[in-house]
Write a protein that binds this ligand. Structure first.
Ligand code: SAM
Length: 275
């Protein structure tokens, strides 16, 4: 018996017109739709006058439902996976099901459409050639701090998802990690009536969100470290390294030699930095 196909179908992130003709056709033609929230998907389907069997498939039941879903595909059923909004698998369920399909040699077909962070990125004004999508930061404070510490030297544009009730705390954490002057863009309510882009420094953001009631959905984009900032830091770290080696008992000449090797520069460049 021929196996079924799993379609990963992107749905709108606000504006219902952002669904593709292909997505509508696939949703009409599959046997069953796996939905993160069946009520939300039902609204979407009703809007487009599609009537289809729905199975709930969300993060906390993903593991339990995997075997069942795979058995449907093995029987030859074609399935579509949709999330509440945007592209399945992007900060939404899908990843484990895709892995299980690969393990079971079941065909996977993406049906492209909206992804919130891509819309935020292209309107940010930051570098779009090199960027890093970080999704949601870890929930616990320590995990967040560690994740942000690992991004301190990041030169690519950094993109985060955040829930409105946590945005204020996230701004505090971003400020701690990247400093007052780092540029940030809050891409809010993308594709919806109140869509807006707030462009400011992290220091300004802290003041802004202290006053403001935070509503809606946000993509947070932080500019990567610029060359100027990097130059400052590398100078500081040369000094720090020198201090470290001198305190370990090396003489000035040997310490400079070691720092030069570590930083991949010449001894005379170390000397110039220290002057
Ligand atoms: N799968 C979705 C995608 O393709 O972008 C992401 C789902 S994730 C659970 C939800 C997060 O995406 C929100 O907390 C917000 O950060 C971001 N998001 C989704 N829709 C948005 C919108 N219309 N405007 C701004 N951010 C949005």
């Amino acid at each position: 018996m021929e196996k079924g196909i799993l379609y990963l179908v992107a749905t709108p992130i606000g504006n219902l017109e952002d669904i593709t003709l292909r997505a509508l056709n696939v949703l009409k033609e599959v046997d069953i739709i796996l939905a993160e929230d069946t009520r939300k998907t039902l609204k979407l389907l009703n809007h487009f006058e599609i009537s289809k069997k729905l199975i709930s498939f969300y993060r906390h039941n993903e593991g339990v439902k995997l075997d069942y879903v795979i058995s449907l595909l093995e029987e030859g059923k074609n399935l579509a996976l949709v999330s509440d909004a945007g592209t399945p698998g992007i900060s939404d369920p899908g990843e484990d099901l895709v892995k299980a399909c690969i393990d079971n040699k079941i065909q996977i077909v993406p049906i492209p459409g909206a992804v919130a962070f891509i819309q935020g990125l292209i309107c940010s004004g930051f570098d779009t050639t090199r960027f890093v999508f970080e999704g949601f930061l870890p929930m616990n404070k320590r995990g967040r701090r560690e994740r942000l510490a690992s991004l301190k030297e990041e030169t690519r544009t950094m993109i985060f998802y955040e829930a409105p009730h946590k945005l204020k705390y996230t701004v505090d954490d971003l400020l701690d990690a990247f400093g007052d002057d780092r540029k940030v863009v809050f891409a809010r309510e993308l594709t919806k009536i109140h869509e807006e882009y707030l462009r400011m420094t992290l220091k300004e953001a802290k003041a802004y969100y202290e006053e403001k009631e935070i509503k809606g959905e946000f993509v947070v984009l932080v500019e990567g470290k610029t060359i100027d900032e990097k130059a400052n830091i590398s100078q500081e770290s040369i000094e720090d390294l020198m201090k470290k080696y001198l305190s370990e008992g090396l003489d000035k000449k040997d310490a400079m030699k070691k720092v030069a090797k570590e930083k991949g520069i010449t001894k005379s460049e170390v000397y110039k930095h220290l002057l």
